[in-house]
Write a protein that binds this ligand. Structure first.
Ligand SMILES: C[S@@+](CC[C@H](N)C(=O)[O-])C[C@H]1O[C@@H](n2cnc3c(N)ncnc32)[C@H](O)[C@@H]1O
Length: 322
C-alpha cells in the first residue's frame, strides 16, 4: 500500500502526504494483524494466481479482464471458488476470465444515471468515498482522470477490489481500507468527490458535507447520491430503529432538505439530476451474495413500504460545486 501511495506523492502537499502515509502504515499494521477478517480475505486474494488477461475493459458495463480462453477450465473453477469466498459481492457486474460476477446491485444502472451529468473527468483528482469493490472507480478510470482515490473500510469489499485490481491493474486508481472520518486534513486536494450511498449512514451528514467541501478545490464538484423522500417540504425521516432492515441509517432528507444541507455546507449550483425508486431490476439476490436483498426489505403486501412501514427506498443524485 505504501508503495502504491508513493506514486501519488506529487499530488499532495508535503504535510498532507506525510499524514496520509502515517494512516497507510497504521492500516497496514491492522491488515497484517493475525486475528480479524482482513487477513482471512487477504489470504484468499493472495492464493489467486497471476493469470494474464488478454483483454481489459473498464469502460464496459461489466468491468472486464480476460476471456474464458485465457485460462483452463480447472483454473477458472479455482478462481470462481476464491472469488465466491469474498462474498457478498454487493457492486458489479464484473467479467473475469469468462466468470460473470453477478453482484447484488446492477451498479451499471446507477452509473448510467450519473455519467451523463459529470464534467470531463480527464486530468481530474477524484476521491470516491465508500468505494466498495471499486466498480465505479474502474468506470471513472476509463475517462483518464489523474487519479481516483477510493476509501473502503469493509474488509471483504476492500479485498474484492484487490482481487479485481490484480487483473485489471488500472494504474490511476488507489484504494485505502479506511473510513472518511479517519482521513487526515486534505484541504483543496481534489477536483471532484463522489459521495454515493454514504450520507444516510452518517450521524452528522452536514458535517460530512462540510468536510468534503474543504477537501475540494474552489469550484470543485461533488456528486452526491443519497436515499431521499420524494417530496419537497424540507422534511427529513429519522428512522426510530432500522430502515429496510439496515441498522445504521440516520437521516433521509426530502429533495429540498438535501439541497438545503448542500447549501448550508457551502456548496452552490446545486442541481438534482436524477430521482429513481430502487427496484428489483437493480438490487436483487444473486449467487454472489449470501444475505437478503431488496425483496426481503419491503413489505410483502405493499412494496411501496419497507418492512418497518417507512416509504420504500428512493435514491437521488445531486451535483453541486464548492
Ligand atoms: C451503500 S454502499 C455504497 C457503495 C457505492 N458508493 C455505491 O454508491 O454503490 C456504502 C459503502 O460505503 C462504505 N462506508 C460506510 N461508511 C463509510 C465511511 N464512513 N467512510 C467510507 N466508506 C464508508 C461501506 O463499507 C460500503 O461499502
Amino acid at each position: 500500500m505504501e508503495t502504491c501511495l508513493s506514486q501519488y506523492r506529487q499530488f499532495f502537499p508535503d504535510p498532507y502526504y506525510r499524514a496520509l502515509a502515517d494512516l497507510v502504515r497504521e492500516k497496514q499494521r491492522f491488515l497484517d494483524h493475525p486475528t480479524g477478517n482482513f487477513l482471512r480475505y487477504k489470504n484468499i486474494v493472495s492464493q489467486i494466481p497471476d493469470f494474464v488477461p488478454s483483454v481489459k475493459d473498464v469502460a464496459a458495463p461489466a468491468v472486464r479482464a480476460g476471456t474464458a480462453a485465457d485460462i483452463s477450465q480447472k483454473d477458472r473453477q479455482f478462481l470462481k471458488t476464491q472469488l465466491l469466498q469474498l462474498a457478498p459481492w454487493r457492486k458489479g457486474p464484473f467479467d473475469l476470465f469468462g466468470i460473470h460476477v453477478d453482484a447484488e446491485w446492477r451498479s451499471d444502472m446507477k452509473w448510467k444515471r450519473v455519467a451523463p451529468h459529470l464534467p470531463d473527468l480527464a486530468g481530474m483528482r477524484i476521491m470516491d468515498i465508500g468505494s466498495s469493490n471499486g466498480y465505479y472507480m474502474f468506470r471513472m478510470a476509463a475517462q483518464n482522470p489523474l487519479f481516483v482515490f477510493g476509501l473502503e473500510p469493509q474488509s471483504a469489499f476492500y479485498c474484492q477490489y484487490l482481487a479485481v485490481q490484480k487483473f485489471v491493474d488500472q494504474k490511476n486508481i488507489f484504494c485505502l481500507p479506511a473510513a472518511h472520518e479517519q482521513l487526515p486534513r486534505l484541504d483543496a486536494c481534489f477536483d471532484l468527490v463522489f459521495c454515493m450511498g454514504i450520507l444516510y449512514h452518517r450521524k452528522s451528514p452536514v458535517d460530512m458535507l462540510k468536510d468534503i467541501h474543504k477537501t475540494l478545490m474552489p469550484s470543485g464538484y461533488i456528486v452526491l447520491e443519497n436515499l431521499v423522500l420524494a417530496g419537497r417540504k424540507n422534511l427529513c425521516l429519522f428512522p426510530e430503529n432500522r430502515y429496510a432492515k439496515m441498522r445504521n441509517v440516520y437521516f433521509i432528507p426530502d429533495l429540498l432538505a438535501m439541497e438545503s444541507w448542500l447549501l448550508r455546507a457551502g456548496f452552490h449550483d446545486v442541481r438534482c439530476v436524477d430521482v429513481t425508486p430502487t427496484t428489483a431490476a437493480e438490487q436483487r439476490r444473486t449467487n454472489w451474495i449470501n444475505t437478503e436483498s431488496l425483496e426481503d426489505f419491503l413489505d410483502p403486501h405493499d412494496p411501496q413500504k419497507t418492512v418497518e412501514g417507512y416509504p420504500a427506498p428512493v435514491r437521488a443524485v445531486f451535483m453541486a460545486r464548492a
